[in-house]
Design a protein around this ligand. Structure first.
Ligand SMILES: Nc1ncnc2c1ncn2[C@@H]1O[C@H](COP(=O)(O)OP(=O)(O)OP(=O)(O)O)[C@@H](O)[C@H]1O
Ligand SMILES: [Mg+2]
Length: 571
């Protein structure tokens, strides 16, 4: 509910006291709290949580927090003054210490359980109790819901210590993974792709944890050493953090009649999802069953568009399970992700992820998650045969809608009004045979070159190219002539600028991020901040110095290097 105060909010939040009155803990106040939880939030040991939508948890602050960075664009959108990020009470709160927050801010946060389906198959093994009751936010704790400029935001700490879902792990996030997620979220937003956002990042100057990782220059697939790394807490922000897996948790309980309120809890989490993520598209006067059909329709649109956008910008999520699939249809969980260098349909940065989550398999992975979503909400349609039929149709048309989104996206990348299958097929073949840099190729093409010379800037010249460079160049020239004949004549400048808004110039390649987090671990944040600047304007022509550093082919010696080219699921 938006209160009078929220509407009258001043435009600048300069202190935590300014932020406090905007708080509205509606999730905690309206959803079910686990009845077995400890009200003071001292609930940090792994245990089974049998019912309720959330457990109250007090975050465990990191020792001696130091400011690393804040999401400047998000701060401005929220009306937060930049100085807030380094003010002592804000630092204290967002590095996990809620003990001194001003009223009505609360001294406890909350964590949620969720279920897991991998590529559409239900899993329980990842839960230490094998029941699914111990799986969920293991190191993510939300601390605030606030209504700011009429928009509701949930703020979630990542790495703020153990929760009942921690599965015996430490609940911490290392600086390396926190820097990656922090930079990637704001980059993704700047790319125009829906995503959770980055509010702040603080590191401990004294507390470290050990994680398996790669030795310098290691070409090992799996980490070959244990490294001691500083712990950090990043805060991410979204209208909600509800995942497809979360709906599944309540649906599984309802299906198995695990407790008398199970069906009601499923309905309430779905209505909560509608409130947070689908309010603008749902007619409130409808029945729950009708609302469910509407959100399925809208979620299908958002999810297909999201995945087409990921492919447009060269992003591979890496671990697109149902528990990493936000039910609001935005990007969530930047763990084993990567932005590709070479165009490779099988690109998969995560060594544990498997081919089914590879770059161009993401539409199929999304389809599996969408099926998991439909199965999860289906019990709410019992007794409504028409709605059941509508949901069935929405589900079965997913591949068609996905394909249409992909074709629209490829056409836009090529500056064409309509998708041309033959042109695209030859391009994909040439890109693979030549080994081209995906980002650079499309950006060079966006300048509408007269011949293939400028495109060659993006060629890695793999073995097939090296075997017959003249032959391939000839095919490239033929392809370019064909493409030129298909673009609209007479509107060159307009077309070029339009294509440059579809094909980014800069992308957050892993080998840019590695030195940034390495320096950050030594207390030097210069490179991280430079990357933050460059990557939040990915479509802009920037300075020549930026070009030389960030608009270039990946050095060959970095291919195959652990951490820079592939990574294990790292937290
Ligand atoms: N160090 C840790 N301590 C406790 N739980 C963890 C830790 N690392 C991961 N988990 C939990 O393991 C599960 C799977 O990990 P995954 O890498 O998908 O998550 P994540 O990056 O922590 O989470 P998110 O999906 O919230 O971004 C998640 O439920 C997560 O909360
Ligand atoms: Mg996850």
């Amino acid at each position: 509910m938006i209160t009078r105060h929220h509407l009258e909010m001043s435009t600048t939040v300069a202190t935590l006291d300014d932020l406090a009155p905007l708080a509205d803990y509606s999730l905690m106040d309206t959803l079910n709290c686990d009845p077995e939880g400890k009200a003071n939030g001292a609930d940090h040991a792994p245990r089974q949580v049998f019912s309720g939508h959330y457990v109250t948890v007090k975050p465990t602050s990191i020792e001696n927090p130091e400011y690393v960075a804040h999401g400047k664009n998000l701060f401005h959108e929220l009306g937060f003054d930049d100085s807030l990020a380094q003010s002592s009470d804000f630092v204290r709160m967002f590095s996990g210490d809620l003990s001194q927050v001003p009223e009505p801010l609360r001294h406890v946060g909350w964590a949620c359980g969720y279920a897991l389906s991998i590529y559409g198959t239900e899993f329980y093994q990842q839960c230490p109790f094998q029941t699914g009751n111990g799986y969920g936010d293991g190191r993510a704790i939300s601390v605030l819901e606030a209504v700011i400029n009429k928009q509701r935001w949930e703020m979630q700490l990542k790495g703020a210590g153990r929760t009942p879902y921690c599965r015996g792990a430490d609940g911490r996030a290392v600086l390396r993974s926190s820097v990656r997620e922090f930079l990637a979220q704001e980059h993704m937003h700047a790319l125009g792709v829906p995503t959770s956002r980055s509010l702040s990042l603080y590191v401990s100057t004294t507390e470290k944890v050990r994680r398996p990782w790669y030795s310098e220059g290691s070409r090992s697939v799996d980490p070959d050493i244990l490294v001691s790394e500083p712990v950090a807490i990043s805060t991410r922000v979204a209208p909600s953090f509800i995942r497809v897996g979360q709906l599944e948790l309540f649906s599984r309980r309802a299906r198995k009649q695990e407790h008398p309120q199970a069906m009601e809890e499923l309905e309430r989490i779905v209505l909560h999802l509608i409130d947070r993520e689908y309010d603008d598209v749902i007619d409130r006067s409808r029945t729950t069953a009708e609302k469910v059909v509407s959100i399925a329709h809208e979620f299908r649109r958002r999810l297909t568009s999201l995945v087409a956008n990921w492919i447009r910008v060269g992003y591979c999520q890496g671990n697109f399970n149902s528990d990493n699939c936000a039910a609001g249809g935005f990007t969530l969980d930047y763990g084993p992700f990567g932005f590709c260098d070479v165009f490779d349909p099988q690109y998969q940065p995560w060594t544990g992820g498997g081919n089914h989550f590879a770059f161009l398999n993401q539409p199929a992975a999304a389809e599996r998650n969408f099926y998991s979503f439909c199965s999860a909400v289906r019990p709410l349609l019992a007794g409504h045969p028409e709605c059941l039929q509508q949901l069935k149709d929405i589900q079965s048309d997913f591949p068609k809608v996905m394909q249409a989104q992909m074709e629209t996206m490829w056409a836009a990348k090529l500056g064409l009004d309509a998708f041309d299958a033959a042109l695209f097929r030859e391009l994909a073949t040439l890109m693979m045979q030549t080994s081209v840099d995906y980002t650079m190729f499309f950006r060079e093409l966006s300048s509408l070159p007269d011949d293939i010379e400028p495109l060659k800037k993006s060629f890695y010249k793999g073995p097939s190219y090296a075997a017959d460079p003249e032959g391939l160049d000839k095919r490239w020239s033929a392809w370019l002539t064909n493409w030129q004949s298909l673009i609209q004549p007479g509107t060159r400048e307009e077309l070029s600028s339009q294509m440059k808004l579809v094909n980014p110039k800069y992308s957050l390649r892993e080998w840019f991020v590695v030195p940034a987090y390495q320096q950050a671990a030594e207390g030097n944040y210069a490179l991280l901040r430079e990357l933050q600047d460059v990557m939040t304007q990915p479509y802009a022509e920037q300075s020549e110095a930026v070009d030389r550093k960030y608009y270039r082919l990946k050095p060959l010696e970095l291919f195959g290097v652990g951490g820079a080219s592939h990574l294990s699921c790292s937290s």
